[in-house]
Design a protein around this ligand. Structure first.
Ligand code: ZN
Ligand code: ZN
Length: 290
């Protein structure tokens, strides 16, 4: 009985998120802060659920893990959001203007249709960026720190090298004229699914949910410690549907996660990781020849 309820937790949370945004006062969608708060409320709730319905004792949070995760949530919410808004969005808006793209009809579509469209469009970009990261050595060097994490928890989706965090947040949603509440709802839904997909919570949602949305079961397989080759599946950040469409879906789950012989990286190590080969070369060049 209890397990059945736990399995329904991700879809129930999604329903609550959608209800909230469908009824939110107009003034609330004028600011990004309401979106931030909505995301944090879900994040806090799922993190709390790790305490009440733990999936694996080996993934239990300790102080180091907790404070590292909190650091990345703050970093992602402030710095990465700022970088996207100042560096990535202006060129997209300029392209929208230059190409004369005007889609006022989108805002008139039903709320749920807009949410689904925005989520699908954003996830399509994320899927291919993520897949590129597993297929190109330079991109992999930016994404590898996310795969060096040795346990999964609610906030772990935020953990990674800043270059990767920026690249994976890129999107073209600004090209279209969404109803702002629907746009925020789609971001909220994507975040909620991704939080559950990294959380140490004993929730295995029914197939009508896990056919479309990424779950911890399938995402833990993407984080498997078995081999690098074995991680090349289940790329969908929140829509596992992308993997089903593009043929990278793999059934299963993994309890032991992490790459590079499961060596946990500190924050400075995560940040310099992509530059490691350059640093090594520089060190060698400074070593006096005997
Ligand atoms: Zn990956
Ligand atoms: Zn992940």
């Amino acid at each position: 009985m209890m397990q059945k309820f736990l399995n329904l937790l991700p879809p129930l949370t999604l329903a609550a998120v959608l209800l909230f945004w469908a009824n939110v006062p107009k003034a609330w969608v004028d600011t990004w802060w309401v979106l931030m708060v909505a995301i944090f409320v879900v994040l806090g709730f799922v993190q709390l659920m790790e305490y009440f319905a733990e999936r694996h004792a080996g993934w239990r949070l300790n102080k180091t893990e907790f404070f590292t995760d909190v650091f990345y949530v703050a970093f992602g919410s402030i710095v990465i959001t700022w970088a996207i808004q100042t560096l990535a969005e202006p060129p997209v808006l300029a392209a929208k203007k230059a190409l004369g793209i005007a889609t006022p009809w989108i805002a008139d579509l039903p709320f749920l249709v807009q949410v689904a469209m925005a989520l699908f469009l954003f996830e399509l970009g994320q899927y291919w960026m993520h897949r590129l990261m597993h297929n190109n050595s330079w991109f992999w060097a930016t994404h590898a720190p996310h795969h060096h994490i040795t346990q999964l928890n609610a906030m772990k989706g935020y953990v990674g090298n800043p270059i990767e965090l920026f690249l994976i947040s890129l999107g073209v949603l600004a090209l279209f004229d969404w109803d702002k509440a629907a746009l925020f709802a789609s971001i909220s839904v994507g975040s909620t699914v991704a939080v559950y997909a990294h959380a140490n919570v004993r929730a295995d949602p029914p197939i009508w949910y896990s056919f479309f949305f990424t779950t911890i079961r399938n995402h833990s397989l993407h984080h498997t410690a078995l081999s690098y080759e074995e991680t090349r599946c289940n790329y969908g950040n929140s829509l596992i549907l992308m993997d089903r469409i593009f043929g990278t879906y793999k059934e299963g789950e993994s309890t032991v996660v992490g790459q590079g012989e499961r060596r946990r990286l500190s924050i400075p190590q995560q940040w310099i990781f992509p530059f490691q080969p350059l640093i090594e070369r520089w060190k060698i060049s400074r070593t006096p020849a005997n």
